[in-house]
Design a binder for this molecule. Structure first.
Ligand code: NAP
Length: 305
């Protein structure tokens, strides 16, 4: 597995990371629930493949607990990123994701995450959203700094998106920034450049565009962009559409680690092979960028607006 220095931390991070949201279990949301056996198999296969960055959150049902239960004995082999500001509410049949920006919630998140993950230090503690003004006024950035001084976390992170990200980056306090990006949804390209200029470690989510047009769980809006941009024309031989999308994301060296979620050992192997295949040729990348930009410049169909 290829690694790269994770921003100014300089710690080697695998280009392919793992997003654990899909391991959230029953009574959460979505149409698919991964059982304990499958969670154990996938998590261990992830480390066996050389992936050394795992992303999770208190909002992801059983995911933190499962990482602790199945990977505790391998804790030295990976960087652990979780989140704070999370105030989820478990209903009888589903989990309601809520965010509350208070010191009490952050302290509770930290304690709960350390216990569930069966570790004494979280490598990256990310604000799960929030805006610069709220986080500053509530003293939450100082609180995260105090967690670091106590040795309970190593680095401060933010997992965010537009419109809040540019102002959050202006604070210049984050070691790690998690941003959505794929060739089918490139709207955060400028934020990524801004974060990289500060030396942040960049974690990319959505970097396989939820599996692309062949995914089990279909995303019609992303599929439409693929079709309208006629990206099938650009597919190299023996490359799946998901691999193509992932290779586009990995072709940008600013994207230190792309946290892909999967519950499938076969997809994990495909994704590892995509890293090994390396960046796509520059002329293909340029075509993808131009074609997708042309599609996105069109007015949105009424159904999406
Ligand atoms: N605000 C936030 O902080 C935030 C929000 C969203 C996500 N995240 C993080 O980012 C991670 C990834 O995000 P995401 O789940 O939205 O996006 P993603 O990684 O782009 O998509 C995951 C989906 O892609 C499918 N997939 C993976 N590899 C595939 C392959 N080779 N072929 C076909 N399908 C494939 C998976 O299905 P299979 O299981 O069938 O492979 C899964 O349904 C999450 O797990 C979470 O850690 C953070």
């Amino acid at each position: 597995m290829q690694t790269t220095p994770f921003g100014t931390t300089t710690v080697p991070v695998s280009r392919l990371g793992f997003g654990s949201m899909g391991l959230r279990g029953p009574r959460t949301w979505g149409i698919r629930s991964v059982d304990e056996n499958q969670a154990e198999r996938v998590l261990n296969a992830v480390l066996d493949a050389g992936i050394n960055l795992l992303d999770t959150a208190p909002d992801y049902g059983l995911a933190e607990e499962r990482i602790g239960r199945y990977l505790r004995h391998r804790r030295s082999q990976f960087l652990l990123a979780t989140k704070c500001g999370c105030d989820p509410l478990q209903h009888a049949d589903h989990l309601e994701v809520r965010h509350t920006w208070t010191a009490d919630v952050l302290r509770r998140n930290l304690e709960t995450s350390l216990r569930r993950l069966q570790t004494d230090c979280i490598d990256i503690l990310q604000f799960h959203g929030g805006d610069a003004r709220t986080l500053q006024q509530a003293g939450l950035i100082d609180l995260l700094q105090s967690f670091r001084q106590q040795g309970k976390i190593r680095w401060l992170g933010i997992s965010s998106a537009l419109p809040h990200l540019p102002d959050l980056l202006q604070l210049a306090v984050f070691d790690a920034v998690q941003v959505p990006w794929s060739c089918l949804a490139p709207q955060h390209s400028d934020c990524i450049i801004q974060a990289a200029a500060q030396g942040c470690g960049l974690i990319i989510r959505g970097g396989i565009a939820q599996g692309g047009p062949d995914a089990e769980i279909q995303r019609p809006q992303l599929n439409d962009i693929w079709q309208q941009a006629a990206l099938d024309d650009l597919l190299p031989p023996a490359t799946s559409r998901a691999q193509f999308i992932l290779r586009c994301t990995l072709s940008n060296p600013l994207h230190h680690s792309v946290i892909v979620g999967t519950a499938s050992l076969q997809h994990l192997a495909e994704n590892v092979a995509a890293v090994a295949a390396g960046p796509l040729p520059a002329e293909i990348l340029q075509q993808v960028t131009l074609r997708v930009a042309a599609v996105l410049a069109q007015p949105a169909p009424a159904a999406y607006s």
